[in-house]
Design a protein around this ligand. Structure first.
Ligand code: SF4
Length: 239
């Protein structure tokens, strides 16, 4: 991906340089030079992003300013990642999964010291058994803890760590809840598509994304890796 993009940028820059040298119009030259500058900055940003991702991947520490740059550049380059993935015939969900992994790495590389009440677990209602008659989207405590779905386990984590736990019916409600509750950290459980769109929306709050398991297909009786959720909670908590 790196070489394809850098190759494209270099070719484009070469063409623009040739055009600008041949033309006599100053305005045109200024525009071309402006474009070149933008391309140069984007190329540099891409290079820095890729290097930082590689370092994060191997659990190497990266300076804070680089972290800040990467947090901004990753969503910026996501459409490029999707395009490259399409060109290489990589499934969209694989690209989205990679995006959530990179985003999680960034959050896991930082230290947090939050109180339980400031941490919010958000999950879609498809994690509840489809036949369950208890309405938990209004209040999770309506769950009778029969143990047939992971709602009970998530409630246990809520009680153990004093965190907040909400079940939502969709992205709009999730966004509204975040505005109302104002958590300082979020653990979002969902499918790849919903997680990526949520990560794009919630830029100011650290989010650890946990991809759900879908043994019966999408949006029905989904499950979650509870260990992964507990690890995420501990990462945000005060030590
Ligand atoms: S644990 Fe049982 S009661 Fe609670 S939401 Fe799941 S199926 Fe319903």
């Amino acid at each position: 991906m790196l070489f394809t993009t850098l190759g494209l940028i270099t070719v484009l820059m070469g063409i623009l340089i040739i055009i600008s040298l041949q033309d006599q119009l100053n305005v045109f030259r200024i525009v071309v030079l402006g474009l070149l500058l933008i391309l140069f900055v984007l190329g540099l940003l891409l290079l820095v992003t890729i290097l930082s991702i590689v370092m994060l991947w191997y659990n190497k520490k990266i300076p804070k300013f680089l972290m800040n740059i990467v947090s901004v550049s990753i969503p910026l380059f996501f459409p490029l990642l999707v395009m490259v993935g399409k060109g290489l015939k990589i499934e969209k969900n694989v690209v989205r999964r990679a995006y959530t992994l990179i985003s999680n790495k960034l959050i896991l590389a930082k230290k947090y010291s939050l109180k339980g009440e400031n941490i919010l677990i958000l999950t879609p209602h498809c994690i509840q058994k489809a036949f369950c008659p208890h309405k938990i989207t209004y209040d999770v405590e309506n769950c009778k803890r029969c143990g047939l779905c992971h709602i009970e386990n998530l409630l246990n984590l809520k009680d153990k760590y004093g965190i907040q736990f909400k079940v939502v019916t969709g992205g709009t409600l999730a966004r509204k809840l975040i505005l109302d509750i104002k958590p300082k950290a979020i653990i979002a459980i969902a499918c790849e598509r919903d997680l990526v769109s949520g990560l794009m929306d919630v830029k100011k709050i650290p989010v650890i994304a946990v991809i759900n398991h879908r043994p019966e297909g999408p949006c029905i009786n989904t499950q979650v890796d509870l260990q992964e959720v507990e690890k995420a909670i501990c990462h945000f908590l005060k030590e």
